[in-house]
Design a protein around this ligand. Structure first.
Ligand SMILES: Nc1nc2c(ncn2[C@@H]2O[C@H](COP(=O)(O)OP(=O)(O)OP(=O)(O)O)[C@@H](O)[C@H]2O)c(=O)[nH]1
Length: 307
């Protein structure tokens, strides 16, 4: 089902709001606000795709509203079309210099309003598609390292704010080079896809799973305690072995397995996610060096006590 796009019109003049609503409503979901303050609140709460903003408003004018929208990380990427009076080229220039994507002149011409709004909504759709593609691993279709890093920043900040915990797993396929040597890279690729599917099935509803690179995956589990996270890690390990992706190499004859490092921490503002990542990575290396196919946990993180 196509996601309906939302346009927010901010104008203190109720007649203008009605005119714009009537022009656009048959094609798009239109929301209205009668002041800059109300508009900013609605833009944050409803994450609108486009804003039509009147320049002249009492209390907070269009420029100040735009200023506040661009300073807020939740609204800064929403494109804004200014509504200016005819022959108001000074304000048009100012609006464009402030970062407005376009302007529409009053009195409103229905077909021009529709055409401009349609064009900018199309651009929003394309930008969102590109953003999504930039966050997806093309081989496995799960999130990529960049998405993991962006999400980690958000999850970390939210945990700091709520004094909550988060768990992190690094999952690495064992002896994958041998598998590739045995069956070739194309079959190796299909293993990566199957492993990604298993991880995604389990983790999508709990947090984020991403392909970090090569044969290494990460799972980011907000608000998941040590016990729960260890159970999830065990489940992933057993489910991947349960795929029975068998191979032979030298004296080895068996199935694909994974080694997993994990930790659960309470993030603090003066600590960076990289510290936890490195600690988990160290436990993963311990797992590799002590026989593989196991889950090892960071017992006591240097940044704080594990949950
Ligand atoms: N098929 C396939 N192989 C990949 C891909 N990315 C990395 N690899 C392979 O993954 C293998 C990783 O090898 P190593 O780093 O030695 O790790 P390993 O053989 O799994 O050994 P351990 O990690 O110690 O268990 C290499 O053979 C890489 O070529 C990929 O996208 N597709």
């Amino acid at each position: 089902m196509a996601i309906e796009q939302r346009v927010l019109v901010i104008d203190d003049d109720k007649i203008n709001l009605k005119i714009l609503g009537d022009i656009l409503r048959d094609e798009i979901n239109v929301m209205v606000a009668t002041s800059g303050t109300q508009g900013i609140r609605k833009a944050i709460d409803y994450q609108t795709d486009l804003i039509l903003l009147d320049v002249l408003m009492p209390d907070m004018d269009g420029f100040e509203t735009m200023n506040q929208l661009s300073r807020n990380s939740k609204t800064s990427s929403i494109p804004v079309i200014f509504i200016t009076a005819l022959d108001d080229s000074r304000n048009e220039e100012k609006a464009l210099l402030m970062g407005a994507c376009d302007y529409i002149q009053k009195p409103l011409n229905a077909s021009i309003v529709k055409a401009r709004v349609r064009l900018h909504l199309q651009l929003v759709k394309q930008r969102k598609m590109l953003e999504e593609l930039a966050h997806i691993d093309p081989l496995t279709s799960i999130a990529n390292r960049r998405k993991y890093q962006d999400t980690m920043v958000d999850v970390w900040q939210s945990a700091v704010h709520k004094h909550g915990c988060l768990s992190l797993l690094i999952i690495d396929i064992d002896n994958f080079k041998h598998y590739n040597d045995c069956y070739g890279h194309a079959t190796g690729d299909s293993v990566l896809k199957k492993v990604a599917d298993v991880l995604s099935d389990k983790i999508d509803s709990l947090g984020l799973v991403a392909r970090y690179g090569g044969e290494e995956f990460v799972a980011l589990l907000p608000d998941i305690s040590t016990e729960e996270a260890q159970e999830i890690a065990k489940w992933c390990q057993q489910s991947i072995e349960g795929l029975h992706l068998s191979y032979q190499h030298d004296n080895f004859n068996g199935d694909i397995t994974v080694s997993i490092g994990g930790a659960t921490v309470f993030p603090t503002p003066n600590c960076q996610p990289d510290i936890v990542f490195n600690e988990v990575d160290e436990r993963l290396r311990d797992a590799k060096n002590s026989g593989k196919n196991k889950v090892l946990w960071v017992e006591k993180s240097t940044m704080n006590t594990a949950v």
